[in-house]
Structure formats: structure tokens, C-alpha cells
Write a protein of this length. Structure first.
Length: 166
């Protein structure tokens, strides 16, 4: 799977081509990347196999700062589960921002999972230990096993439903 992000949305090329002989993705040189980024010019190869990938943008931090009622967005069940999944019917995966669970990040890995975040990024050893401890209610946190199982199930469903899984 391709995971990519940026400060105001996902920066990823939506169309690319593969070499039908060896399956390698055709890469652009620096000039072509610049022209593609600025002008949207595509550099196509005769006989290349076309592939398309689509991603959604995320709100910029200034918008998020105007919302987080004292609960970090990644720890908010109201945002991740109630609004996104139940009210809007979002069926994809939800993942934290990069390093949101660092000491200065303001959120807890176990609370991220409980809120409905399926993927904690980057997923440090400290995050893993915190999640496992919370399953046994250690260190003043509690995580229900069914919450962790639901996140794992959504991740597997997304992977298995992608056209890249064989």
C-alpha cells in the first residue's frame, strides 16, 4: 500500500505507468518532476500500462487548531468514530499524524486506538508497549480488546480490498 502525507494534504502522483515487460514503474527525472508538479504535464511511454491512485486531502493545521474541546483530535472518539464512521459513513482507515504520540505530541497511543485510529504513525516501541499495557489496564489507561481488534480488522479489510494485494 502507498501511504503519503503532506502539511496540507496528500502529495502523490495520481497517474503513473509501468513497463509491461518487467513491471517497473517509469520514473521521471528532476526536470520532468518539476514540470509535472507545476504544469501537470504527463510524460507517457508508448505501450506503458496506466495506473491511477486517488487520495483525499486532510485539513490544514490552522483549521484543526480551531476545533482538537480540549481533546486531541487523534484521541477523540467523537471525531474519529462518531462523526467520521457513524455519521458520514467513512469506511476507510484513519491514522494519526506523524509523531502525534511523542511526549510533546499531546496524544496517547492507547487512546488513539480506543478513539478509532486504525494506524498510529510511526508506531514506536513506546506506542506498542503503551497499547499492550492498556489492554491490561496498567499505567492508568484502559483499552478494550475489541477496540484493538476493530482497528486491526479495518486495516486488513483495506489491504485485502486494494488492487495491490495478491
Amino acid at each position: 500500500m502507498v501511504l503519503a502525507d503532506g502539511p496540507a494534504g496528500i502529495r502523490i502522483q495520481s497517474h503513473y505507468q509501468k513497463n509491461p515487460v518487467n513491471g517497473a514503474v517509469y520514473n521521471m527525472n528532476d526536470y520532468e518532476r518539476f514540470e509535472n508538479r507545476i504544469f501537470g504535464t504527463e510524460f507517457l511511454h508508448d505501450g506503458g500500462e496506466d495506473y491511477y491512485q486517488y487520495c483525499s486531502a486532510i485539513p490544514v493545521r490552522t483549521l484543526l487548531a480551531q476545533t482538537l474541546n480540549g481533546v486531541h483530535t487523534a484521541n477523540s472518539c467523537d471525531l474519529c468514530t462518531t462523526a467520521a464512521r457513524k455519521e458520514w459513513g467513512f469506511a476507510g482507515i484513519i491514522m494519526t499524524d506523524w509523531t502525534t504520540t511523542n511526549a510533546d505530541g499531546g496524544s496517547s497511543a492507547a487512546k488513539c486506538i480506543a478513539a478509532g485510529n486504525d494506524l498510529v504513525m510511526p508506531g514506536t516501541e513506546t506506542d506498542r508497549r503503551e497499547i499492550l499495557d492498556a489492554l491490561t489496564a496498567e499505567n492508568d489507561q484502559y483499552l478494550a480488546e475489541e477496540d484493538l481488534t476493530a482497528c486491526a480488522k479495518r486495516m486488513l479489510e483495506m489491504i485485502f480490498s486494494s488492487n495491490l494485494y495478491e
